[in-house]
Design a protein around this ligand. Structure first.
Ligand SMILES: Cc1cc2nc3c(=O)[nH]c(=O)nc-3n(C[C@H](O)[C@H](O)[C@H](O)COP(=O)(O)OP(=O)(O)OC[C@H]3O[C@@H](n4cnc5c(N)ncnc54)[C@H](O)[C@@H]3O)c2cc1C
Ligand code: FES
Ligand code: FES
Length: 494
């Protein structure tokens, strides 16, 4: 297999080739410090404020897709094979881009610090092509913070411009851009650096397995939405980085009759329509997971592998009885996802072993699913608590219950005592629910931290189970929500 000792990407109409890329170099530092392109701002340096948003163009099924990315936590090596567009280059032929003009017309900028990031988010929305409504715009800019203008004029700028097929310099040269990216799409294994300090991006699972065996101390990186912060905030030194993003098979999301398989490097953006298709509550959870920028880079595999007790996808996937496929060298194995999480910071994964894919069964006709995320902010906030529930109901009775919570223990964990208390009860018998609610006290001694007290977590866990049972019983379901109404299935009366 060919090894390439440089990264290559498109920037300002040229192919840039770099062979001196450090494993911890960020895209933002390269732009601002190496190229002097100061339009892209640095605010928080941790993916939260969106000031550093730029657009990254990638080929997907032969078509170019522009997505917003936080450059502050994107490693430079990760942009191999992509196109970078920043706010510095948006005006074309002496004219502002349509989204920039609209921001002027709607008075969408005051101090201006957030403006480059907003403009780039709007640029990617503009390139989604298609009329947008206010909710779509709000979801799209949820990862951009503005302290002075307020969001209405910015959303108005989007509504005024994102009307249909894009008509700008990028749409005019889409064929040319696509063919440049196709030229960069080789199957070489990227390895930049030395055996002691390197950025590597293998092109196949075999090459990844072999490299990780040789370097068990290397850090695997999917989207770097966690690892990026280890560098910028925790100031860790990570001399060996292995990026999984170039491996096409790990991006695959396959939909079968019984379920899905999601490659470990598939981003939320790539997986969300299939995962969200399992149940509208999963689509709602994904809408609130991070921001558009985080979902464009972050992976489901990374959300599992990081072992966080408050990751949003693990409780949902555990309740769906998902299985994890792992590989070390030539040896592959397959475990129930719930068995992967052993204790805080401890997972069932040996040195040099990596997540290959996740299998997620679909819901059967007699199964009711619900999940609810509780966080301090509605958008782009880590959960204080997430409850996921699957009830198998036959003849009005609960034949089987699976319940899992994030934020209630040191790991995402099932509520086994509550599950068995629900076994065999009549779904509509709310008196019988009480035993399960009380059993949650056996299942958990909740964690207590600045996100939520132990008491709040326990009370809320009970409330979420009650809500799931109320909705599953279908009695007062129209009173249980103000958002996430399951596509109108549960209309709000608030
Ligand atoms: C602003 C912001 C908001 C966020 N909001 C949320 C949120 O609402 N909900 C939520 O759950 N998370 C949230 N996160 C956390 C993060 O986005 C998720 O955990 C994401 O899924 C991590 O995926 P990644 O690919 O970016 O992981 P990375 O940062 O690349 O890696 C994370 C961990 O997984 C390991 N890893 C990656 N791939 C593999 C593999 N194939 N095999 C073995 N190990 C692997 C890495 O070594 C590392 O330990 C947020 C992050 C940010 C910056
Ligand atoms: S600087 Fe705040 S998201 Fe990058
Ligand atoms: S215009 Fe000042 S932060 Fe948005």
């Amino acid at each position: 297999m060919t090894i390439r000792s440089s990264i290559r990407f498109r920037y300002r109409g040229e192919t840039v080739e770099l062979s001196n890329v450090g494993p911890m170099d960020t895209l933002l530092d390269w732009l601002r410090l190496d190229r002097g392109a100061m339009g892209t701002k640095e605010g928080c340096g941790e993916g939260d404020c969106g000031a550093c948003t730029l657009a990254i163009g990638s080929l997907r099924d032969g078509h170019i897709v522009y997505e917003p990315v936080n450059a502050c936590i994107q490693l430079l090596g990760m942009v191999d094979g992509k196109e970078i567009i920043t706010v510095d280059d948006l005006a074309w032929g002496g004219k502002l881009h349509p989204v920039q003009s609209a921001m002027v017309d709607t008075h969408g900028s005051q101090c201006g610090f957030c403006t480059p990031g907003f403009v780039m988010s709007l640029f990617t929305l503009y390139h989604q092509g298609g009329p947008v409504d206010r909710r779509t715009v709000n979801d799209h800019i949820a990862g951009n913070l503005c302290r002075c203008t307020g969001y209405r004029p910015i959303a108005d700028a989007a509504l005024a411009t994102c009307l249909g097929q894009p008509n700008d310099a990028w749409s005019a040269r889409v064929g040319e851009a696509t063919s440049h990216l196709a030229d960069l799409d080789d199957d070489a294994d990227v390895f930049v650096g030395s055996d002691a300090v390197f950025f590597a991006a293998p092109a196949s699972e075999d090459a990844l397995a072999a490299l990780y065996l040789r370097h068990p101390d290397a850090t695997l990186v999917g989207g770097a939405t966690d690892v990026g912060l280890w560098i910028t905030k925790q100031l860790h030194t990570l001399p060996k980085i292995i990026h999984t993003g170039r491996i096409k098979s790990l991006h695959r999301v396959a939909e079968g009759v019984d379920g899905l398989t999601i490659g470990a490097a598939a981003t939320y953006a790539e997986a969300e329509s299939a995962l969200g298709g399992i149940d509208p509550d999963i689509a709602e959870m994904l809408r609130r997971l991070g921001s558009k920028q985080v979902r464009a880079s972050g992976t489901v595999g990374g959300n599992i592998a990081n072992g966080s007790p408050i990751g949003d996808s693990p409780p949902v996937l555990i309740v769906l009885d998902a299985r994890l496929h792992l590989r070390r060298g030539d040896t592959e194995r397959d475990i129930a996802l719930e068995d992967f999480f052993i204790d805080y910071g401890k997972q069932d994964r040996s040195a040099s072993e990596f997540v290959v894919r996740i299998s997620v069964p679909r819901l059967a006709d007699d199964q009711v699913f619900r999940c609810y995320k509780i966080s301090k902010r509605f958008d782009q906030d880590i959960s204080a608590l997430l409850g996921a529930f699957r009830f198998t109901v036959k003849g009005g009775k609960i034949r089987d219950a699976r319940i899992a919570y994030g934020g209630m223990a040191a790991i995402p964990k099932r509520a086994l005592a509550a599950e068995s208390a629900l076994q065999g009860i009549r779904l509509k018998d709310s008196n019988a629910w009480q035993k399960a609610l009380a059993a949650l006290q056996q299942d958990f001694q909740p964690i207590d931290d600045m996100r939520a007290s132990a008491r709040y977590r326990m009370e809320t866990a009970k409330a979420l189970l009650t809500k799931a049972l109320i909705e599953a019983a279908g009695e007062v379901s129209n009173r249980t929500r103000v958002v996430g109404t399951r596509g109108g299935e549960l209309e709000s009366v608030a």
